[in-house]
Design a protein around this ligand. Structure first.
Ligand code: HDE
Length: 711
């Protein structure tokens, strides 16, 4: 028996944050129903009335309390990043090399394990919107360090749409549903967004990322994270070093395809949330490596862009990402509202050893996050909410306010005092000391000239994509701009794209009824950064991939069992799908249990589809439209499709032309992500499972031409 999530987690309180949370957890086992005042209640289904059919009485304090509390259950959703999913975990540095650059203990001491809470999110949609929309993903991490909370509030893309935070309300108003009719939900494919883009060309680099596969993550577990801004590390001597933070998922970076995203949005709007939750419950803990790019202060001006400009990356080939440590997410929250909804991130939550730069976007964020929590969480005491509470001691003279949970004792709440023994006292050691940057200048409202190359890195991104990634980008622009009703906006965006790459502009124009630009106004600089292509990220594992195994009565029981065992050994997650839920009678008379009925799921919810052998089973499935659709749709989305023995017949019956079983002595055949094996006996050959796992590790067979396959 595999361990339950509780058993796997070990005794509660194994890390200091978990221990702290234990004191506020409420278990309802063996409990009696009470009011908020602790008075026991024997009846909660009918209000107190005068006679059975008479009016309800005001004195029914239980009914009033119950309804009043319900009326106040909602808090304002986040103005951006409203929809999210969270998880607890831990972070630990590999060694102490970063000690030369920072005093932040959690980054430089390999003996210190720091509890974390991470919240992933989409940006534009409201709380109830679908996960698989084209959007940026938030990747916010709260480190509960022994020196206080540090929040790294990043995204899954390394740049941003705008350079100065004062533009943020404009940008968000443009991308959110349009104000007159609140349409469309969680989409950038509408006029106001593209109007903003057309008039604000600093967006172009980020727009390239948004139109790329990065905007469609297969899983939060397979997504990079970036701090975006240039921050500053500060060491024991007070020396500063510029730093960019990176999270790299150990499963590689993988994306869905757009047609799949749109379908998942209906089939399972919680697709990314569920994936995160299920993986953690199954003990398949998501892992990410934290890396840093370091730039000595004296090199501040040695790039062809400004380090303070958040629309620019530092190419990894110029400044390598050096690994610092690993984060593992290993515990789901107990309560979505209490933890994931109430978590309050703030870019200004820094600890000694980490400081800011003058990036104008970051400076605005340092104001906005505290401000937004005040309205969202209803007052100044939100840091006392369990998920936000530091594990470091919190002792200050801030008092009162809504929702004050602490009972401060004594007479003094001011500094300096003698009546309270001078406490809390300012310390000398372990304190946050602001980096003493020298700044001088006139007060101006002006964008720096060094921020004004809007296209160079958009071109770099485009050049760095593989052919298939470029195709996806072109298709995304055509889809999005094709939804723009006001035609001059389409023209204007194509004009900007012509500054990124002439060929790109022409390809996009051809799909949206805009005359392709004739002149190449800004010849492509030809530079590339291979690290930007997802296809170059680690992909050695098919672990955690979900596999649909199509079965019906008469399937070869031994073949199914050995297939399932083989896939599990590879770390994959096979599920048996049958025309109906319940038992499936195998050809050998044994019984298998279907995990789900075919019609309750869909191929888009799996990473691969497999058909085991079994003449009767194949015959039944060949008359089942759902079963055949699993195969054609998975094929369309370039997913691994596999069949064993006469299972191959079902592929043909589904119309996958040209798919054949291996010839004599060929064993296993792999062709464009289609894995087939001849039937020798019941047991599935090891090579078949290995080949399928390899195809899953490659994620998709991008070389497969699927244009003509119906969607
Ligand atoms: Fe945010 N952002 N942001 N943002 N952001 C918020 O804070 C804001 C920006 C990011 O899971 C809000 O608590 C301004 C960049 C994440 O709870 C708000 C500007 C990046 C999350 C806010 C930016 C982000 C937020 C809304 C421009 C990537 C979700 C609710 C100056 C580096 C955190 C909240 C979570 C949330 C403001 C730009 C990431 C309103 C003003 C750049 C991951 O404070």
């Amino acid at each position: 028996m595999s361990p339950t999530p509780e058993e796997r987690r070990g005794p509660t309180g194994s890390d200091p944050k978990d221990q702290q949370l234990e004191s506020v957890r409420v278990n309802l086992e063996n409990s009696a129903l009470t009011t908020q005042q602790g008075v026991r209640v024997d009846h909660t289904d009918d209000a107190l009335t005068v006679g059975e059919r008479g009016p309800t009485l005001l004195e029914d304090f239980h009914a009033r309390e119950k309804i009043t509390h319900f009326d106040h259950e909602r808090i304002p959703e986040r103005v951006v990043h409203a929809r999210g999913a969270g998880a607890y975990g831990e972070f630990r540095p590999y060694d102490d090399w970063l000690a030369e650059y920072t005093v932040a203990e959690f980054l430089r001491d390999p003996n210190v394990t720091t509890p974390v809470f991470v919240r992933f999110s989409t940006v534009a949609g409201s709380r109830g919107s679908a996960d698989t929309v084209r959007d940026v993903r938030g990747f916010a991490t709260k480190f509960y360090t022994r020196q206080g909370n540090y929040d790294l509030v990043g995204n899954n893309m390394p740049v941003f749409f705008i350079q100065d935070g004062i533009k943020f309300p404009d940008f968000v108003h443009a991308v959110k549903p349009e104000p007159h009719n609140e349409i469309p939900q969680a989409q950038s494919a509408h006029d106001t967004f593209w109007d903003f883009v057309a008039l604000q060309p600093e967006t172009m680099h980020m727009v390239m990322w948004l139109m790329s596969d990065r905007a469609l993550p297969r899983s939060y577990r397979m997504m990079q994270g970036f701090g975006v801004h240039t921050f500053r590390l500060v060491n024991a001597e007070g020396r500063g070093t510029f730093v960019k933070f990176h999270w790299k998922p150990l499963l590689g970076v993988h994306s869905l395809v757009w047609d799949e995203c749109q379908k998942i949005a209906g089939k399972d709007p919680d697709y990314n949330r569920r994936d995160l939750w299920d993986a953690i419950e199954a003990g398949q803990y998501p892992e990410y490596e934290l890396g840093v790019q370091l730039v000595p202060e004296e090199d501040e001006h040695s790039f062809d862009f400004d380090l303070l400009d958040a629309t620019k990356i530092i190419p990894e080939e110029e400044v390598p990402v050096r690994p610092v440590g690993k984060m593992t997410l290993n515990r789901n929250p107990d309560n979505f509202f209490a933890e994931t909804e109430q978590v309050a991130f703030h870019t200004a939550n820094v600890v000694p050893g980490i400081d800011f730069t003058n990036d104008p976007l970051l400076q605005a964020r340092n104001f906005s996050y505290l401000d937004t929590q005040l309205i969202r969480l209803g007052g100044p005491n939100f840091a006392q909410l369990p998920v936000n509470r530091p594990v470091a001691p919190v002792t200050h003279n801030q008092r009162d306010g809504y929702g004050q949970h602490h009972v401060h004792r004594g007479r003094t709440s001011y500094f300096k005092n003698s009546l309270g023994g001078g406490c809390p006292a300012v310390a000398d050691e372990g304190v946050f000391r602001h980096y003493q940057e020298k700044v001088e200048g006139h007060k101006v409202r002006k964008r720096s000239e060094s921020f004004k190359d809007f296209y160079g890195q958009a071109t770099l991104f485009w050049n760095s994509m593989s052919e298939v990634e470029q195709e996806h980008i072109v298709a995304a622009f055509r889809f999005e701009l094709g939804k723009v009703e006001h035609k001059p906006i389409r023209h204007a965006v194509v004009d900007h794209l012509n500054n990124v790459d002439h060929g790109l502009a022409r390809r996009v124009a051809a799909g949206i009824g805009v005359p392709p630009p004739e002149r190449d106004v800004r010849p492509n600089h030809g530079r590339r950064s291979p690290a930007l292509s997802q296809l170059n990220t680690a992909m050695e594992t098919g672990a955690t991939r979900k596999v649909a195994v199509l079965v019906a009565d008469g399937v070869d029981g031994e073949a199914v069992r050995s297939l399932v065992d083989g896939l599990r050994q590879q770390g994959a997650v096979p599920e048996l799908l049958a025309p109906a839920d319940g038992p499936v009678r195998a050809a050998d008379g044994t019984e298998l249990t279907a995990d789900r009925a075919l019609n309750t799921m869909a191929s888009v919810l799996y990473d691969a589809v497999v058909v085991p052998r079994g003449a009767d089973s194949v015959r039944t499935l060949a008359h089942d439209g759902y079963a055949k659709h699993y195969l054609t749709e998975a094929y369309k989305h370039a997913k691994p499709v596999a069949a064993y023995g006469d299972g191959v017949e079902l592929l043909r019956r589904a119309g996958l032309e040209g798919v054949g079983a291996p010839g004599d002595g060929e064993g296993v055949r792999v062709e464009q992500g289609v894995v087939t094996a001849a039937a020798t006996d019941g047991t599935v050959p090891g090579g078949f499972v290995d080949a399928l796992a390899t195809e899953m590790a490659h994620h998709r067979a991008w070389q497969r031409r699927t244009d003509e396959v119906p969607a």
